[in-house]
Design a protein around this ligand. Structure first.
Ligand SMILES: [Zn+2]
Length: 470
């Protein structure tokens, strides 16, 4: 039995007006090389200036992830050659990152965060079809990034994906990054090794540039199977940097890994270390909004089960909706059930966000309250949900269509007796011990009442009529 040991390295584009070290504006999708200047082109004699907004946003993320922020921070040069890196080095951070030792909780388990640091992005190489050479677009060169490295504490591909989903929600809640993988504003590299429980770490393999959370999970699943096969047959896993091919779902070798010394890190001579004062930090702390983890705790205090509370709290679309619905006084757990199951199902099926529907928090709360008060059955509520999602008032719908729950026991009893009389074969089966067949009769009664009969009551009356246990 082998267990996977997984670590993540995540790059997030910081949402700032200008680049990390110059005053070029950040624009995505503009014509190539229209947002460049001597600094981000790496022209001799140009000098970088640190973007305060980027530092503050990076610090806010560090604080939100419970990282320790040092009193002094510093930038380093990371030297390597690449056609889209005009300076031949990247300004990054080395031994004085803006954050270290934080954590992010996933399903009640803390995943350690080794470090959080600031750096600049590279440009983009383009390979247009029919052109025999490579073109370079430097609009992205110098864009501010925050890089986050986890401890190797993630235990499954699923947990890796969950970690990214939560990190994305935190970054968005803070407003520090759009964190959209589809726009390249959130990129993840993963490393994974296998070991027998309790044994030292095995040889790890890195998989680069995964452009969706799903790819992260798929690539890890594939890689774990691959390594397991090697180890089982007595082989050894080679250390390597791999890429993931979306189409085949397989990993392939990209290059052998550079070691740290290849980068010849040294302090950036054009940017002196700078102090992160206590006052500055506490002002930034004051700017932190309610974070998803805190929100989940608030939902739990309101009476929502931990599992549902966490799902809702990290859903930045549903959470504000839920907050509004809570104000109506409807049962918090029941509201959460509706949102996490039926409403989410509707949104996924119709590929819309909740803001694009006509559902209001008040109408959802009314629906919940109608069921709770016994005015309608859960089944009727589910049936009218699609219309309520389109803006219909649930009470008006119930009134209009006569969908109120039948409370007249005599009327239901008469129906039950009719159904029993009409289905002698099923009745025989039930009396012979096949008690599950009672559901067939229940279904018929429910159908006859258009779902307005309370199922529990129908079940009890059926059991009575048949002389079996309910
Ligand atoms: Zn520039």
């Amino acid at each position: 039995m082998y267990e996977p040991v997984i670590g993540l390295e995540v790059h997030l584009h910081l949402k700032t007006k200008t680049k990390m070290f110059c005053s070029c504006t950040l624009a995505y999708g503009d014509p190539p090389n229209t947002h460049v200047c001597p600094v981000c082109l790496g022209l001799p004699g140009s000098l970088p200036v640190v973007n305060r907004e980027a530092v503050e946003k990076g610090l806010m993320l560090a604080l939100a992830l419970h990282a320790e922020v040092p009193a002094f921070t510093q930038f380093h040069r990371k030297n390597y050659f690449y056609p889209d890196l005009p300076k031949n080095y990247q300004i990054s951070q080395y031994d004085r990152p803006i954050g270290s030792g934080g954590y992010l909780e996933v399903g009640g388990r803390r995943i350690g965060i080794k470090r959080i640091h600031l750096e600049e992005d590279a440009g983009k190489s383009l390979h247009p079809e029919g052109v025999g050479h490579t073109l370079v677009d430097l609009n992205r060169a110098g864009a501010p990034l925050v890089e986050l490295v986890t401890e190797p504490e993630i235990q499954s591909p699923e947990e890796a994906r969950e970690f990214l989903v939560r990190l994305q929600a935190i970054a968005r809640a803070l407003g520090v990054s759009d964190a959209s993988p589809e726009e390249g504003k959130m990129r993840a590299d993963v490393n994974v090794s296998l070991r027998r429980p309790g044994e030292p770490f095995g040889t790890k393999v890195e998989i680069k540039n995964l452009n969706s959370f799903k790819s992260v999970q798929r690539a890890l699943e594939y890689e774990i199977r691959r390594q397991e096969k090697i180890l089982r047959s007595g082989g050894r896993v080679e250390q390597a940097t791999l890429a993931f091919d979306e189409a085949s779902g397989k990993t392939f070798v990209m290059r052998t890994k550079e070691t740290e010394s290849d980068y010849r890190y040294f302090p950036e001579p054009d940017l002196p270390p700078f102090r992160i004062g206590k006052e500055w930090l506490s002002a930034l702390k004051d700017r932190l909004p309610e974070l998803p983890a805190e929100r989940a705790k608030r939902y739990q205090r309101a009476g929502v089960r931990p599992y549902d509370a966490e799902i809702l709290a990290y859903d930045l679309e549903l959470a504000p909706f839920f907050d509004e619905a809570l104000k109506t006084g409807a049962d918090p757990q029941k509201l959460a059930n509706w949102l996490n199951a039926d409403v989410k199902g509707y949104l996924a099926q119709n590929e819309v966000s909740i803001a694009d529907t006509g559902l209001t928090p008040t109408n959802l709360a009314r629906l919940v309250q109608l069921v709770e008060a016994g005015t309608i059955t859960g089944r009727v509520a589910k049936e009218i949900l699609p219309e309520v999602m389109k803006g219909a008032d649930p009470e008006a719908l119930v009134e209009e269509r006569g969908l109120k729950a039948v409370t007249d026991e005599g009327a239901i009893r008469a129906l039950v007796e009719k159904v029993v009389a009409e289905n002698p074969k099923v009745v025989e089966q039930i009396r012979a011990g096949k008690t599950k067949a009672i559901n067939a009769l229940l279904g018929q009664v429910m159908k006859a009442t258009r779902g307005t009969a309370p199922p529990d009551l129908v079940r009890r009356l059926l059991a009575e009529a048949l002389g079996v246990e309910a």
